[in-house]
Design a protein around this ligand. Sequence first.
Ligand SMILES: NC(=O)c1ccc[n+]([C@@H]2O[C@H](COP(=O)([O-])OP(=O)(O)OC[C@H]3O[C@@H](n4cnc5c(N)ncnc54)[C@H](OP(=O)(O)O)[C@@H]3O)[C@@H](O)[C@H]2O)c1
Length: 222
Amino acid sequence: MNSVGLIGGTGDLGTALAVHLAKKYEMVTIGSRNAKRAEATVKTIIEEKGTRDSLVQHLKFASNADAILTSSVVIATIPFENSVETIQNLSRFFHRGQILISAVASLSKVGDEFIIPTNSNSIAIQVKSIVPQGVEVASAFQTVPASILYKEKQILADVPVAAESFETYKKVAELVSSIDGLRPLFLGGLHHSAQVEGLTCLLLNIGKRNNLKSPTLRINCF
Ligand SMILES: NC(=O)c1ccc[n+]([C@@H]2O[C@H](COP(=O)([O-])OP(=O)(O)OC[C@H]3O[C@@H](n4cnc5c(N)ncnc54)[C@H](OP(=O)(O)O)[C@@H]3O)[C@@H](O)[C@H]2O)c1
């Protein structure tokens, strides 16, 4: 597990994850519908963060299709509305043995509040039925605020992971733990992924109503 590809990696979450994952993984490919946009994103990251080795040597850019073809782990960081259609269009580029992590949150904005669209099934479950057999699917990162991660501020956050098997969870947990301050927590099988996908909505509404910036999840035990 040494190469990570980000579908829609040019966005807020994709760039934030790329900055951290490049510290631990030899090849982190920012994917885009337009490879030129991915190239510009890599350039911007290096301009903003400086020419440190992890970024200069490990960050790559490609079309979404090439990011999938060249990666052992693929993370989908694309908007909810287009997520299933996007994966459908890219499904032929996946191959057996890969891990696909969906970071997609079930979320729409209505007026000044966020809601979970009621007519949608879990994205991860839908995606599992689309990708070729042998691609292991999980759901994670929905509770991690991209802006804090990108700024590399100190963070302490729990990352619930729903995965199709405990073996898949362990591989995803390794990737999550590679980012300082993130603690993976196993939620259970993929049938639980709707719970994870709905957490962003909860956090954003609580943040808005209570004036809390960049809310995240941290489980306390007593
Ligand atoms: N932002 C956060 O803090 C955060 C935290 C946790 C989870 N999430 C979830 O992670 C996902 C990505 O969030 P984000 O804030 O990074 O989103 P974003 O910046 O709005 O979009 C990410 C990327 O998706 C691609 N994209 C946009 N429209 C598309 C379409 N119609 N079809 C295919 N690709 C499209 C774009 O890349 P190209 O134009 O280069 O193809 C864009 O840069 C969302 O599902 C979000 O709910 C976000």
